[in-house]
Design a binder for this molecule. Structure first.
Ligand code: PLP
Length: 454
């Protein structure tokens, strides 16, 4: 007798596919409530997992009515907090193909087809960045995993290059605005950060040079991290100036573009990323502004062989992975992971069927709506723009408001299902923040939200 869990079940399949079809067709998707639910979820789940199993219709009913509504829809055009998401329909559908086919992308010997497709998608990104032929990498779970894996290569490459001159306790220069995941990565790697003070929240070559010259540990710096669009305010560092210093001092140059480097697709702002073509490694999250489903981040190296020297895993059962044929590419060689789903495939499929112009247009639409939002804020007497947005994050003040008022506004908007927004801190002050990412977030929608601040 076969184990029933592995037998094709038409009714179960219809149940799930019908749900997926319905969810995909929602336009707009409801915002829903996240943690703002007033019942105990644990109590509702109690007893669901038991020895005999529960009827799938009842489980889906509970998922649909109780669990799904306790997650704010990050793909709603009304989701303007943190960093939203807006996966394309093509990418979502292909994610189901990846799941139903158990597609993995660990090594060439197991999965040359999916790996070749993922590499084609990565190639679009290295071309946009202007990296030379031969650049490449892999898809990892998120920007955090990308920063950690990239900086690990920076650390070990410096150690190898410097030999006996390598500092015993290496230091990496980062700006005060670097993402928290960078600090965490350095902590894991046993590297001390050198915090470069920044004028106007932007790391420049000049500030970096000055910090290296004056800081007592300046000579132990082996790498520098610049940000290609800060998460809090969308500020792009002076990548070209930082690259000059990195070149002079032989520092590993890593750019964290998890959020912002998607805008490499947008001709209207492409110039602000000048210098990105000089990186040793960089990260961009397609699960943010490149419209891919979670979890998908691209980690790219100028010289992938340096990453391979650091990340290849040594285990007797893995030796067979390396045959060194010309086409062979093992994603497991380019980050700290081993087994991985072929998480770049949904992006690959969406790029292939939609074309890159559609990506350019979607990103330009968001950039234009952001500028319109800034204009609208400037036109309203009770609101003040904190600074002109460079990408798609808008910071603003409501005169007379403190933290509690912004919080009350957020709660009110979620209660009304009008929007999901969160305030942030800017130079010690609580301010309003809108993060745009969904091309369907219209200026009319934003005007409606801002009207409720009056
Ligand atoms: C989101 C973000 C990260 C972290 O990426 P995850 O995908 O959440 O791990 C790192 N850096 C920047 C600039 C980000 O915006």
């Amino acid at each position: 007798m076969r184990n029933p869990m592995f037998v094709y079940d038409e009714k179960l399949t219809d149940l799930i596919f019908d749900y997926c079809r319905w969810r995909l067709s929602l336009d707009p998707v409801p915002l829903d409530y996240g943690g703002a639910v007033d019942e105990s979820l644990a109590a509702r789940l109690d007893g669901l997992i038991n020895a005999a199993g529960t009827d799938p219709v009842a489980v889906m009913e509970l998922f649909d009515k109780t669990l799904a509504t306790a997650a704010v829809s990050v793909d709603s055009p009304r989701f303007l907090a943190f960093i939203p998401a807006a996966p394309t329909k093509a990418a979502l559908l292909f994610d189901m193909v990846v799941a139903c086919s158990s597609l993995q992308g660990t090594s060439w010997i197991e999965a040359a087809g999916p790996v070749a497709a993922e590499n084609q998608a990565l190639g679009v990104l290295t071309d946009l960045a202007g990296l030379p032929e031969g650049a490449g990498g892999c898809f990892v779970a998120g920007g955090s995993a990308g920063n950690l894996s990239g900086l690990m290569v920076g650390r070990d490459t410096a150690r190898h290059r410097m030999g006996d001159d390598a500092p015993e306790r290496p230091v990496v220069a980062i700006s005060e605005e670097a993402h928290s995941s960078v600090g965490k990565a350095l902590h894991v790697l046993g590297i001390e950060p050198l915090l470069v003070p920044c004028d106007d929240h932007r790391l420049t070559g000049w500030a970096l040079r000055d910090a290296l010259a004056t800081h007592p540990r300046g000579d132990d710096v082996i790498a520098v991290v610049a940000t290609g669009g800060t998460t809090n305010a969308g500020i792009i560092d002076d990548l070209d100036g930082v690259a000059d210093v990195a070149e002079e001092r032989k520092l590993w140059f890593h750019v964290d573009g998890a959020y912002g480097c998607a805008a490499l697709f947008a001709p209207s702002v492409r110039d602000r990323f000048r210098g990105i073509e000089r990186v040793d490694s960089f990260v961009v999250d397609p699960h943010k502004w490149l419209f891919a489903p979670f979890d998908c981040a691209a980690l790219l190296y100028r010289e992938p062989r340096l990453a391979k020297a650091v990340h290849s895993q040594d285990a007797s059962y893995l030796e067979v992975l390396h045959r060194d044929t010309p086409e062979e590419w093992n994603p497991s060689d380019y980050a700290y992971h081993l087994t991985r789903r072929a998480r770049g495939m949904p992006l690959w499929f969406s790029l292939a069927v939609n074309g890159t112009d559609a990506y350019r247009d979607a990103i330009e639409t968001v950039l234009a709506t952001t500028q319109a939002t800034a204009d609208l804020i400037e036109s309203l007497p009770h609101l003040e723009l904190v600074r002109r947005p460079e990408l798609s994050v808008v910071l603003f003040r409501r005169s007379g408001w403190g933290k509690a008022d912004y919080e009350a506004w957020s709660d009110h908007l979620l209660e009304e299902q009008a929007g999901f927004v969160m305030h942030t801190t800017w130079e010690g002050e609580a301010v309003g923040r809108l993060a745009l990412l969904h091309p369907d977030t219209s200026i009319e929608l934003i005007a409606e939200l801002l009207a409720s601040t009056a």
